[in-house]
Structure formats: C-alpha cells, structure tokens
Design a protein around this ligand. Structure first.
Ligand code: CAA
Length: 256
C-alpha cells in the first residue's frame, strides 16, 4: 500500500509512524485512518519490529481530531459507521497490538487525536502539548473510544468534566491526572520515546505480548485467569529458556 498521509521508518527494530497532514494539524480523515490501520497490521506482524512510536508531523499538533470537514454533513447511520469502522480499523487494533505502541504527543491531541493516544499503550507528551475531547462543542461525542478509555485512565469524575466542558488541559495537568506517563521538552520528545522503545525492545517480545494481553484484560471479568494462562504460555517459549538460563549463568539474555 502506498501511503499519502503517513510516513513510516524502521530503525533498530523501532518503527516510527508519523501522521503527516500538518496543514490540517494531522486531522484523521478516512484515508489516514485506513492507512494507519494498514500500517499497524503490517508492523504487528513484522518480526523485525519490536516497538511502534506514533507521532504527528510538525511541532504544533500530534493529531487535532477526526477530520470535521469530512463528517459535517453525515446522517445518524453514517455517524455510527464512522465511529464503528474507526474503532475496528484502527483504535482497537492499536490497543490489542502485541507490540508496545508509544504515543509521542508533540502538540495538540484533541478528539480523535487524544483517542489515538489513549488507545496506545504508553503516552509521552511534550511540554507544549494540549489535550482534550472537544466533541461536545461540535454537538457530538467522542466516537473513537474516548468515553470508554478516558475514565479508565483518569477516573469517571475527571472524564465527565473534561468531556462535558470540552476543555483542553496542558501536559503538566495531564501527567498529574495520569493521562500521560511523562512530560519532556519538545526537542527531547522523540529521543525520549526512542530510548524508552529501545529499553522495551531489549526484553522478551513474547513475554511482552503476553503481558499486554493480560494488562488489557485488567478491567474485565477473567483478568486474573488470563494472567494465569499467559504466565503458563511463557514457559513454552524460547525466550523463557533464554531469560532464565542467562540469569542462572550470570550473563545478559539475548532475545534475538
Ligand atoms: N478537522 C479538520 N480540519 C482541522 C481540524 C480537524 N479536527 N483541526 C484543524 N483543522 C484544520 C483547520 O481547519 C485549518 O485548515 P485551513 O487552514 O484549511 O483553514 C488548519 O487545520 C489549521 O487549523 P487552525 O487554523 O484552526 O489552527 P489554530 O492554531 O487557529 O487552532 C486548534 C488550532 C485549536 C487545534 C483548532 O484547529 C481546532 O479547534 N481544531 C479542531 C479540534 C477538534 O474539535 N477536534 C475534535 C474533532 S471531532 C472528533 O475527533 C470526533 C471523534 O471523536 C470521532
């Protein structure tokens, strides 16, 4: 697939995916969602990739939301389809990806942009980042998982407030609320994300995929059972042999 709205590069087993529509503040139109969904599929299945870093082009926006111009005239059915397809084609895929996805939030992360970051496993923000779900100011609600993922990250009360006021919060407050893991100066954002990705990539990829699956089940019935099963799966892997033998032989593991 040729991409028109995203750029992808891979270095040292770390894939960087850049949403590249800076003139529209990287807003997610249908084509961009499809391209991102396709690249996530490819990278999830690519053995040469360990971690995925998502970011936005330019220094102003990560992603300023779904493309408003594209859905302004939609009917109820078209609105539902937009939400459902977006969730299935992209947002759920990111959350379920067996490799860690890091959102490097380099500016505005609004609406679908914040939802993209929230579907990712880890979020790092630059100091200038502003985040919010402004959908109710447009007469609509978050449709790419925002009403479900935001309360999980920051609690129901704060999610109610952020969504109903359509306000933006800065990176410091987002970190204080647990919406992002850390905040760094903008010129250090990508280095920080890549360093974190490299640290993750030195560990067992099979163990990490089992951990992601179990952590994703943390708020579901059966989460503890999922942990038990995935813990057991790990014992059948080469990585488990390598990791434990390396420890017992006082050497560093090599997970290939
Ligand atoms: N959709 C479409 N175009 C967008 C956009 C969006 N979400 N966000 C920005 N743009 C476009 C602007 O229309 C403008 O294009 P033109 O130059 O062609 O006019 C360009 O990007 C630059 O934007 P601004 O001139 O508005 O830049 P600014 O610095 O004055 O303001 C901003 C920045 C505060 C982020 C403002 O652009 C803004 O409020 N954007 C919309 C944010 C928003 O409401 N996002 C939620 C979308 S709905 C959604 O995401 C639904 C869902 O959950 C599925």
């Amino acid at each position: 697939m040729t991409y028109h709205n995203i750029k992808v590069s891979v270095d040292h087993k770390i894939a960087t995916v850049l949403v590249d529509r800076p003139k529209k503040l990287n807003a997610l139109n249908k084509e961009t969602i499809a391209e991102l969904g396709s690249v996530i599929d490819n990278l999830c299945g690519d053995e040469s990739v360990r971690v995925i870093v998502l970011t936005g082009a330019g220094n102003k926006a990560f992603v300023a939301g779904a493309d408003i111009a594209e859905f302004a005239h939609f009917s109820k059915e078209e609105g539902q389809e937009l939400s459902q397809r977006g969730q299935e084609e992209l947002f759920d895929k990111i959350e379920l990806c067996p490799k860690i996805v890091i959102a490097a939030i380099n500016g505005y992360a609004l609406g679908g942009g914040l939802e993209l970051a929230m579907a990712s496993h880890i979020r790092i923000a630059s100091e200038n980042a502003l985040m919010g779900l402004p959908e109710v100011s447009l007469g609509v609600i978050p449709g790419y998982g925002g009403t479900q993922r935001l309360p999980k990250l920051i609690g129901k009360g704060r999610a109610m407030e952020l969504i109903s006021t359509a306000s933006m919060i800065d990176a410091e407050k987002a970190c204080d609320w647990g919406l992002v893991n850390s905040v760094v100066p903008q010129d250090q954002l990508m280095d920080t994300a890549i360093k974190l990705a490299l640290k993750i990539s030195s560990n067992s990829s099979t163990a990490i995929s089992n951990a992601i699956d179990a952590i994703n089940a943390f708020d579901q019935e059966g989460g503890f059972q999922r942990e038990i099963e995935n813990f057991g799966h790990c014992f059948e892997t080469e990585d488990f042999k390598e990791g434990t033998q390396a420890f017992l032989n006082k050497r560093k593991p090599n997970f290939g």
